[in-house]
Design a protein. Sequence first.
Length: 754
Amino acid sequence: MAEPRPPIPAEIAGQPLETLEGAVERLTFADPETHYAVVRLKVKGARHPVTVVGPLAGVQEGEQLHLKGTYEVHPKWGEQFKVVWWYAVLPATVAGIEKYLASGLIKGIGPELAQRLVAHFGAETLTVIDDQPERLKEVSGIGPKRIEQIRHDWQGRKEMRDVVVALQGLGVGLAHAGKIYQRYGAQALEVVTTNPYQLALDIQGLGFLTADRLAGRLNLDPLTPARLAAGLLHVLDTLASDGHVYVPEDELLDRTEELLQVDRKPLARALELQAREGRVNLPELDHGQRGVYKRTAWVAETGVAQTLGRLAATAGAAPPLHLDDLISQVQARQRLELSEEQAQAVAAALKEKVMVITGGPGTGKTTIISCILDLYQGMGARVLLMAPTGRAAKRLSETTAAAATTIHRALEFSPQTGGFKRGPAEPLKAEVVVVDETSMVDIYLMYHLLRAIPPNARLILVGDAHQLPAVGPGNVLKDLMDSGVLRVMHLTQIYRQARESLIVVNAHRINQGTFPVLPTKLGRGDFVFIEADEPEDLKRRLLDLVGREIPRHYGLDPMRDLQVITPMHRGPVGIQNLNHELQQRLNSESPPWQWGGRAFRRFDKVMQLRNNYYKEVFNGDIGQVCGYIAATGQLQVDFDGRVVTYDPGEKEEITLAYAVTVHKAQGSEFPGVLIVLSTHHYMLLQRNLLYTALTRGRRLVVLLGSKRALGMAIHNDRPVKRYTYLAPRLREALGPIKAVKMLDILPTQGHNQK
């Protein structure tokens, strides 16, 4: 079967590049985020495979590649071929065909079936699949249903290859070309050539900058309305990824003007057009300045304020009589003694429609939740306990001995509608809703949660306001507290048992801007500081601590009980490199499975990277690889006793989790944590980041780094400002309600005083 070859793009054709052809013998590394990959290429006439590096995302073992690039010598890895342009053709050798089919590209064919097909048909295997798929029944175990699945997927890939080759001729990389075809099918070329900016809206991972480069190759007018609109939305999305709900109009126009290198006037007109078409909202905020919201963010923020206003205004059940007696009884049942501030928080939870309880570690937040639960259940009320992440929900369940769930699961995602089942038409069945780790809840999740709470229910939000805000847009917990219209109970007292923990003591010292106590001997307490700063020294000490010293001194299992936390993604002590090194150190005995361009082994610790409502696994959930189905190329992961199966096309959903970022660790608690803190992380050295990382450890915290880096983090208490307008909206929605309540109370107080 002849394969079409893409024409070389003009900007490549004029460069002095070398050509290399060969078959992919081994896919050593592939990063789905950057599309960077390392492959070993078997080149005809060469004694040893050639190492090829560059934007090779999507390549499969067994594929024949035609590449253009240059040879260079890496100081550590030696000679490499650095790719600037490439395309793939179908393999012709028996070994290449088997590797190609075993890669999981064709649904229904995994490594085991690929081996049997090639054993039967040899070098004609791909021709048989293409021209005579009915002959596949000659191989045992392949029935009509499997044949039809293979035929359908193969024909789809054949059509895709034609489109992809044409797209590559326009300079579109293979990985992006495949996604474009999946989205638009046979219309892909028409969309790309008429409005490449549509790709940035429709294709995940293909951003505005890629679309803009493509438009440049097509010589499109830089002032085309589609480019201006896409540029504005790109900047808006970029700032949303930094946590902003809106962006001041002047800042948005300034940044877009710099990005697109166009005058401000056409951008301002394009922004007004986006508002008229309903993609953005342009409300006036403080001092007559306009804010720019994406439509969804506007609906979420205004919806949170309005829904909280309605919830607070709707009467709930009257608080019980003899409340002091009930609180005394619950203390007796739970064999504890509440402090005055704790008792006040419990009492408020039985009076207020909506309230916030906040405090640092050791201040008794969990104790209060247990008492609230006890009291309400004794009154016959239905109480729902929930948290943003699976780990946080599990911890809440363990500490309260009651069922707790994630917010996502409580809201019940519906695959049929693509939304949550629970909402105004079908609210949650509860008289009381308690949400723990509220600092992690972004504006969108809070919007959906509030819509699902029954009007007569009470809402109790618990969290630590000094932790990092949510990964998504908004700073909801802080905004609720800053609004001044909700009851907020601040817990400040650290209790006796907690005071004995240096983890708790140091967390509060750091939060107050004071240098922590730094014992340096392992095995003598729950907090240890190990000094190191140079990246290679940090990595060496870390591997030794995790693999040998911490297990020996504390009896912690490095796979099950210990979590490495680092601020950085890249570099010698970034999560990418550390995950590879820790996998080799802790779990090298099991044979590796090549899945999604990466090597996974049984018992590997992995993390879910995005919410998957269909599988009911969510961003930050940690599991353990438990199996691999060779026939279909599927990887299996155990999430707390529930096995989830991932297809080869879902490779971007999970990653190794021996080391994670602070944001990914938030909401979880581990028996032991090892925190890496180096001056090389200076861009990320912030007090709330260090505080959040420190409070993830339950029995042990090992801080590995330098005192200088520690000091930089402690003294950097300038939180990154997030553009949100929730607090003023809450004052507008809840202010009149609060004023009415005060009028109801004041005459009574005055009468009593007389």
